[in-house]
Design a protein around this ligand. Sequence first.
Ligand code: GLC
Length: 750
Amino acid sequence: MKKLVSFAVLLAFLAAACSKPVAPQDRLLAHEQEIDALIAQMTLEEKVEMLHSKTNMSSAGVERLGIADMHYADGPFGIREEGQPNGFMPAGWTLDSATYFPTGSALAATWSEDMAYLYGTGMGKEARLRGKDVILGPAVNIQRLPVGGRTYEYLSEDPMLSAALALYYTKGVQDEGTAVCIKHFAVNNQETNRGSVDAQLDERTLREIYLKPFERAIREGGAMSVMPAYNKVNGDYCSENEHLLNEILRGEWGFKGFTVSDWGGTHSTMGAMLHGLNVQMTGSNYLGQPVIDSIATGALTEEQVDEKVRQILRVRFAVEAVPEDVANTVMTSQPESQAIARQVAEKAIVLLKNDGVLPVAPEVKKIAVIGQNAVLKTQSGGMGAGVKALYEVTPLEGITSRAAEAGVEVAYAPGYRNYARRMWGPQVLGPLETAQIDEAADPELLAEAVALARDADMVIFFGGTNKNIETEGSDRKDIKLPCGQETLVQALYEANPRLATVLISGGPTDLQVLEPVSPAIVQGWWNGTEGGTALAEVLFGDIAPSGKLPFTFPVKLEDSPAYALGNFPDKNTGGDLFTLMYRPDVLAMTPEQRQAFIDALPKPVSQYTEGPLVGYRWFDTREVKPMYAFGHGLSYVDFGYGDMKASAGKKGVKVSFVLTNEGSMPADEVVQLYVRRIGSEVEWPDKELKAFRRVSLREGESKKVVLEIPVEDLRYWNVEKNAWDLEHGKLELLLGSASDDIRQTAEVTI
Ligand code: GLC
């Protein structure tokens, strides 16, 4: 008997050892036979019905065969309220109020894979409650332009940070049984002419910078669907881009799921069918009857349709359809998601500067809170990513309730008008709204605010932008603070130099005027449903700030790469196809007239001649000093970095060191490891982020931290070989608290 048992154990061990882990994408191959059987039963019409929208946020299944429709919902930082079947107008439901998670740039500021994962689980759970199969997110495009309209929605200027967070967001969502639709694939870095601009860039930059976040989420995270972007890449629309969708996505990365176009981003039948698109959103003028006609003429085959259907069904099998009588029967926003939103918000807040006015001192008994950004809710607006939140704690609400606990009085004044713009309907502006971003300071509002400041022990000024200024669909003209904020903050500082500024924005702002008159500056982000609560905890010192900038704050816009090289704004602004297509006169045209209209449009091009020098890669390599550097973020404690050891082997580089919290309160530090090449033949940026870790330490605590860089992450894209390649040689390892705050260095050879 004993022999039998040991033999069985040996067999089990061998079986486990031989069974290679299934590559995440290959998990979608678990039902191929069932899919074969279903396709064999489907009519051509039923197959083609699956290749385009059924409603504005769904594509068809096959009811006859028990294949459920596919239901989509915008993210990426809250499950969007239910829209009308034929458009985006709200359906007016009551149970679809969701948790408003901190937006992309705030999540990125946590530099935490754990937070990204938790965030994904919250999104995934709430999508299920809403009966949704696919979340249209995460949105992971690199923030190439400080003025980019969707900077707030995206994650970082750095591919490694973006990729890590995209990966864990994807894992979190999909572990809850919902599919992600990672977007916008790819090189979607501007809103100007987004529907037609041709992003032209070299292959190495494409691979090492712009595709990296997608690659990790797809290959390691098993992302089940992908949304091709509106724009072109090197001449071809993303929704019919052979290189992106077939050669790279499916060919090299082994993607087994399906692609769904951005809304209005499909451009032809043959292009879509031959070059990698599965589902047209919305409409069926390309992937509807024209597909059936093309099969009749022999231009297409039914097998090509079958392959598209197979890829969709793989995801259909992987994501359980939520029965209609189960979906939307409880409130979407759940307490556990709200708690996650708060945890993320607490870790996202970045302390940019502090000459000692923060945290709020015990002797402060009256605080003047100045600025409409203290009371504006940031959940909705910004187009597709807006959220109807169950609730949202504004900064003023957070500060007021926290101050009450400490017996501190809070007085508020709006200080400036809010730039407002209605997406539709009449532009009726309230008394505290304006239609001019660059409006000068209002003397009455300024006087009221200064009086309050003079009469208080401390001023907290709320500046920044809002979702009418930073939004999908348009890029900012500049990064200046709007509506006379600069004049106001100078006057406030004059009245009371104990002043802290809180910037409420998604992207960077120009702080040349504000910085000298703000002894403390906090980047507060659009920080979700509990943003006000988290901010108050940081301002009053209940928690130490621990966020780090996911992108550079340039001193001025012209210092940033695309501007410095004249690559943006695009000179050839013939009008954006995406917006033009919805113009009533264009809509009234026949298909032939419309095609002629499109063909006659100027062709906007965006040249990426800065190559990989995006963000800090540019500032460091060209030695241009930023206002605040990538990775910058202060705490209320100091951290000691010591005892760094480094080694290199076949598998990569390993660094260990001891991190100490030298302060008197618990705090998190995000340690960052950059790599600089020494004496290399290949051209490299000055340095590149290659590892990071958020570490929690009690007061006085020391911890040994180990960071590893897999050798794969040290490769470059060799255009001659058209493959990843490793350049052997010396590396300088730069360990620190920010890209411009290096504490320890070491050298290794790979
Ligand atoms: C938008 C966005 C995309 C969004 C989609 C549906 O235009 O580009 O991110 O998911 O349409 O709202």
